[in-house]
Design a protein around this ligand. Structure first.
Ligand SMILES: [Zn+2]
Length: 61
């Protein structure tokens, strides 16, 4: 992950982090750390990102 995240958390293989985009909006990103997975998505709320992380069914695991 190239941007500076705060409040990084790991839920299974998925990391959830909060960052501001170029327009200053708060974005919540869930990104899978499994090398062959590549799952990464942004959400408007932290709870949505954490829910996505918890429910991610990793094809690389
Ligand atoms: Zn995955």
């Amino acid at each position: 992950m190239l941007r500076r995240f705060r409040n990084l958390a790991r839920l299974g293989p998925v990391e959830v982090g909060t960052a501001n985009d170029r327009r200053g909006r708060t974005r919540h990103t869930a990104a899978c750390t499994a090398p062959r997975c590549g799952f990464s998505a942004e959400y408007d709320t932290r709870s949505a990102a954490e829910l996505a992380a918890r429910t991610h069914r990793c094809p690389a695991h």
